[in-house]
Design a protein around this ligand. Structure first.
Ligand code: NAP
Length: 257
């Protein structure tokens, strides 16, 4: 059975591991190409956008894909929307791995905002030391508040984008560790953390460390992400794929379509 996995997440990598060497499935993992050196994957990998909904539909048709798993990040809402539209258009089964958001704990000092622009306002007028734990494309919003000192942690250098004047980069991709995150926030005298509510374990230690240090976290809200059949893990995706395999039309009828 031919499958497309829309990836770029821990769950997509886990699914790739689970499907590697499973002769029932012929899976391709698709990455957007945001990271210069993505982690090596055990499945055939394609990199780069499809060219909108029409491009994705054409790719799915050309590669005779029979099922799609959307395992993109909770903030990757455009790709999710395109997957829903293309799969509806082609009547293809689609399932989506949905990562639960981090729940607010009692001693968390979260300031909930809707957008990176609103996060800038939440930092206030007085110069502050700010840890930006965001993707590089979200950093441009902070140009509007040049009075702050920023430390940004990204996987790759930011490239040619507008940046606030006082910004330093730390390159790392995690997973992170709570003790080290606490030491980092203390050493940098961080007054605000700016984060997305990504969910999962890999990037949670900064949130736990901020709680212990009583540092406010400006939390950018999740987008409303459309989805197919909701699943909560890579393992659940394999079970769902097995169900698709069991119920798919026989090879004779598929050939005659
Ligand atoms: P997005 O806003 O939903 O997607 C923008 C465009 O990038 C899509 O329309 C598509 O281009 C292309 N694209 C996105 N994911 C793709 C994939 N898996 N394979 C091929 N093309 C893809 O997504 P994004 O926020 O830019 O995120 C890009 C990737 O980074 C995703 O794979 C996501 O899982 C991962 N990621 C995102 C975040 C985040 O905070 N957004 C964090 C960690 C990882 P076309 O329209 O040309 O097809």
């Amino acid at each position: 059975m031919r499958i497309l996995i829309l990836g770029g997440t821990t769950e997509a990598s886990e699914l790739a591991q689970l499907l590697a060497g499973d002769s029932r499935f012929e899976a391709t993992l698709s990455l957007a190409g945001r990271t210069v050196s993505p982690k090596p994957q055990p499945l055939r990998t394609r990199i780069g956008g499809f060219g909108g909904i029409a491009g994705l539909e054409a790719w799915l048709r050309d590669h005779a894909v029979e099922a799609v798993i959307d395992a993109t990040h909770p903030y990757a809402d455009q790709m999710a929307r395109h997957a829903v539209a293309a799969c509806e258009g082609l009547a293809l089964p689609l399932a989506s791995i949905r990562r639960a958001a981090w729940p607010r704990q009692e001693r968390d000092r979260w300031i909930d905002v809707a957008t990176p622009q609103a996060a800038v306002s939440a930092l206030g007028q007085d110069p502050a030391r700010v840890f930006l734990s965001l993707g590089r494309l979200e950093l441009a919003a902070f140009v509007a508040a040049p009075q702050h000192h920023y430390v940004a942690r990204t996987i790759d250098p930011p490239g040619d984008i507008a940046l606030p004047p006082d910004i330093r980069f730390v390159f790392d991709r995690g997973p992170f560790d709570e003790t080290k995150e606490e030491a980092f926030l203390t050493r940098e005298h961080i007054a605000f953390v700016v984060s997305k509510n990504s969910g999962g374990a890999a990037t949670y230690p900064k949130i736990a460390a901020a709680r212990r240090l009583n540092i406010p976290v400006v939390m950018i809200a999740r987008p409303d992400k459309p989805h197919g059949v909701p699943l909560d893990s890579a393992r659940a995706a394999v079970t769902w794929l097995e169900g698709q395999l069991a119920h798919r039309p026989s090879s004779t009828s598929r050939r005659s379509v």
